[in-house]
Design a binder for this molecule. Structure first.
Ligand SMILES: Cc1cc2nc3c(=O)[nH]c(=O)nc-3n(C[C@H](O)[C@H](O)[C@H](O)COP(=O)(O)OP(=O)(O)OC[C@H]3O[C@@H](n4cnc5c(N)ncnc54)[C@H](O)[C@@H]3O)c2cc1C
Length: 223
């Protein structure tokens, strides 16, 4: 199969103050496992060769693809330009890749836009009545930054824990998820863990989990 697919944007809209959802055409035979990603570039002369990785958030059976993309206005990069992309514009999709996939019930720990692979996994589990037994700890600066909060609550009910690092915090010293928080919120460290977010976040959380008795095999991260 070729690894270059030009697709039209069908719908584009902001779903938080800085996260934009894109619904795009799905090339025939373009399949993925929930949790996987592709590289995207914008089909314009200046941007064609600038590829960046983004995760599918739609159900794998859908006849369209969906992405939820945090727009960094200050970086003059691809996401800043994606902020100006709308229905009718074209993107280029590349190979499907990614090591995050579901291997059984566990605790999902996400920060910010790191929620996207888990949205895909939860939507799939929910549709198949298999979401029970999974928990989500979702870390954001404030409640304004939560992506798909209502849907996550509907799917996970009480097994959805929000953690805010800057909500009602004066000054720069915010809160962090630390060892104590994980001890208080996780009873069993012999289950599966799924961790996704900025590199430092994934490193820190993985280290604490290993320290608290989780095994490397049971921790799923993007490699
Ligand atoms: C497998 C995978 C899946 C992903 N899925 C998603 C997803 O579904 N949704 C999502 O929102 N994101 C996702 N990401 C993250 C996403 O790929 C990046 O946010 C995106 O590549 C940023 O592209 P950019 O061109 O806008 O900025 P960049 O290429 O990061 O930066 C452009 C320029 O800005 C400057 N810059 C870089 N970092 C900083 C910084 N921290 N502060 C200031 N300046 C900086 C540099 O000069 C850089 O050249 C995923 C990442 C991976 C690895």
């Amino acid at each position: 199969m070729k690894n270059n697919h030009v697709v039209k944007v069908l719908k584009a809209q902001f779903i938080t103050h800085d996260v934009k959802s894109f619904v795009v055409e799905k090339p025939i035979g373009y399949d993925f496992v929930p949790g996987q990603a592709t590289e995207i570039s914008i089909n314009q002369p200046k941007w064609k060769n600038e590829k960046r990785p983004f995760t599918f958030t739609n159900l794998k059976e859908s006849n369209y693809l969906e992405f939820m993309i945090k727009i960094y206005k200050d970086r003059n990069g691809v996401t800043d330009e994606l902020g100006r992309i709308n229905a009718g514009d074209e993107l280029i999709l590349h190979d499907v890749f990614g090591t995050i996939n579901y291997k059984g019930p566990g605790v999902f720990i996400a920060a910010g836009a790191g929620i996207t692979p888990f949205i895909s996994i939860f939507r799939d589990l929910y549709k198949n009545n298999q979401i029970y037994g999974n928990r989500l700890i979702y870390v954001n600066k404030t409640s304004e930054d939560v992506i798909m909060g209502n849907e996550l609550r509907k799917m996970l009910k009480n097994n959805f824990i929000n953690f805010y690092t800057r909500e009602n915090v004066v000054g720069f010293q915010g809160k962090r998820i630390d060892r104590n928080f994980l001890i208080e919120n996780i009873v069993d460290f012999s289950q599966n863990f799924y961790v996704c977010g900025p590199e430092d976040f994934v490193k820190t959380i993985t280290k604490i989990l290993l320290d608290l008795g989780a095994t490397a095999d049971a921790i799923v991260i993007e490699n």
